[in-house]
Design a binder for this molecule. Sequence first.
Ligand SMILES: [Zn+2]
Ligand SMILES: [Zn+2]
Length: 149
Amino acid sequence: MRRKMIGLCEATKLYGGAGITTFPRPRYVPDGFCEWCGKPLPKRRSSCCSNECTWYFNRATNSAYGAGGGGGYRNHIMRRDNYTCQRCGTFHAWVNENGIPCPTSDGELDVHHIIPVSEGGDDNPENLITLCRDCHKEIHRRNDERDIV
Ligand SMILES: [Zn+2]
Ligand SMILES: [Zn+2]
């Protein structure tokens, strides 16, 4: 049964920030270029070139997994794993209309408990791993379809 994962605040209280919030946000454009539109950054800007780009970037990267249900925590695990399936290596960051990958999932990633919850596994970041949907299904098939996330 799919169980709600704990929230980000609770996770950092229980397990500390290491493995959750201490990893830098991945940046998919070279330094000096806007993370939303890809144009060169004006002086004194480090992420996006304009307030407009910042607005779009924040909307895309904060809202997708941020809304309740432990989504914030889930997104941090995906961020730690660079939005890449840790089994097959497929990169699944969401790509914006400018063709630029952004630090949020494209919706094809799951966070998997290495030791299943049904066997005492917890939400410690060390027990969580980012998998693509196909690999996630495959792992559960191999684990004889136990009803776990
Ligand atoms: Zn821009
Ligand atoms: Zn995979």
